[in-house]
Design a protein around this ligand. Sequence first.
Ligand code: PEP
Ligand code: MN
Length: 274
Amino acid sequence: MSLNFEKTKPVRVGSIEIGGPAFVMIAGPCSIESLEQFSQTAEAVKKSGAVMLRGGMFKLRTNPQSFQGMGSDAFSIAREVKARTGMQFVSEITDPRQVGDFMDVVDMFQVGSRNMHNYSLLKELGQVQTPVLLKRGFSGLISEWLYSAEYIVKHGNPNVVLCERGIRTFETATRNTFDLNAIAYVKQHSHLPVIADPSHATGATSLVTPMSLAAAAAGADGLIIEVHPDPSVALSDGFQALTPDMFQSLMARLERILTALDRPLAQAAQKPTC
Ligand code: PEP
Ligand code: MN
């Protein structure tokens, strides 16, 4: 089987290449909650093969009463865990005025589903060279998603990675409907790499592993997965989080799919020994 790798132009996040032959695993909690929670999660996902960390600091919640994230109090936690693990870090930016503060903390900006149409934010992210993970709006057409990516590129930043995270349809059994078509479609119609987010696409812990395998088979260049040491006490999205053990089992099953697809798993760069 040959997937369309030649067409995708890889984007580098530090030593990690997204959109090349190797499949990139990004994992971590929905929200950073404490140094202990974030470092425990980071160490566990790294051990199982993740090369990048996720962790929300500013959360855009539908309900204003819900936990809104630690905000800038999470910056020092993120810096410390990055230093301890050597992992690249992606986190959601919610306002164009945050770009300067975020630049010192993240290796990749995440634009969330609710901000895919926030053109001021997209234009501001075009002014820097830090890579951007652009999530698809939950009511966004593929064409609108690609136009949003073009906003960032046109304003000067070519380092855009798309992220399919499920869309709103008439189906309510799952939180969203995972649009696997979109993954195969953008691989064929765009040069941008694409990451899949089965956590938000399904909204259910038990569905994350099967849909991760499906996304890899559909041609995704990597996955972003929510993992929490104890999902029952998570401050956001615990109902879709994997435990570190579940993440380890997902990785074991994923590696079998990747072998069949002839795709290696992206490895972290070896720290130089002196
Ligand atoms: C998230 O990644 O935690 C998140 C809020 O995602 P989305 O923007 O896709 O809803
Ligand atoms: Mn989440």
